[in-house]
Design a protein. Structure first.
Length: 268
């Protein structure tokens, strides 16, 4: 199935099913993540209380874990929810925000990856290189890495972890370990607004909850954010851009994706 067929499949699945997406995410972007999930046609639940996460994930269609403002308590909740999701066959998406910034973040993601099988891991180049065990340059949660070797890194790590790896940057790379797609959409304005990476991960989770197609969902989620950014960029100022971004996501459909996307298959 080529990527356009997969995109058509995941959008149709989300139209047919209002997927319920459980998040254990960060308090900086939690409201925006909830709003983009609603805008694309799914339903969000933001719950990190350890006494309820197993029960909560059991009624949901996908689980999104985001370590942006994680602490010992929420990491324990993530571990418990992730194990429950794996047992029940519910897909899990990881956003390893700033994984290389501190030892706590690095050790926490190592624990999560040891205990949980992920369907998709989405991060910037520095985050993905850190997970891959490569030296990476970052400033807090922002990547300072060159992206020229993104396809190779995505392919190799996807093979190693048996999941889809999505690297977002100037050119986004998405691989299932067999093939890799380069996505050349987006705008610099998306880097000037807090949380667009987190929102992209929540969009991926939304598509995953409806379709269980990891590669198609990762491409669909990233293209939705990138193309919505291009549409919203016509607004004046970052505050208006923020509102227009949600508007554009709420109006996104597969026809708009097909009309505007710039996707290429990377030859290895």
């Amino acid at each position: 199935m080529d990527i356009k067929e997969q995109l058509n499949e995941v959008f149709k699945a989300l139209q047919a099913k209002r997927a319920l997406i459980h998040h254990i995410t960060n308090y900086v972007t939690v409201n925006d993540c909830a709003n983009v999930v609603l805008a694309i046609g799914a339903s969000p639940i933001m719950a990190d209380e350890i006494s309820e996460v197993e029960e909560m994930v059991g009624i949901c269609d996908a689980l999104v874990l985001n370590i942006g403002t994680a602490n010992e308590r929420t990491i324990t909740s993530m571990l418990k929810a992730g194990r429950a999701a794996n047992t029940k066959g519910i897909p899990v998406v990881l956003d390893p925000v700033g994984v290389g910034a501190t030892s706590f973040r690095h050790e926490s993601v190592a624990k999560l990856m040891k205990a949980i099988s992920f369907s998709v891991i989405r991060g910037n180049m520095a985050e993905i290189k850190t997970i891959a065990g490569l030296e990476a340059k970052s400033a807090g949660v922002d990547s300072l890495e060159e992206e020229s070797d993104g396809a190779k890194i995505a392919l190799n790590l996807a093979q190693k972890l048996n999941c889809v790896i999505a690297i977002t940057g100037k050119t986004d790379m998405v691989s299932d370990g067999k093939i890799c797609y380069a996505l050349d959409n987006g705008t610099i304005a998306l880097t000037q607004l807090t949380g667009t990476g987190c929102m992209s991960t929540s969009l991926i989770g939304s598509f995953m909850g409806a379709s269980k197609n990891a590669l198609g969902s990762a491409v669909a989620g990233i293209l939705t954010m990138s193309i919505a950014g291009e549409v919203a960029e016509k607004s004046r100022g970052l505050g208006t851009f923020h509102t227009s971004l949600i508007d554009a996501i709420s109006q996104m459909d597969v026809k708009t994706i097909f009309d505007k996307c710039n996707v290429s298959l990377i030859k290895q």
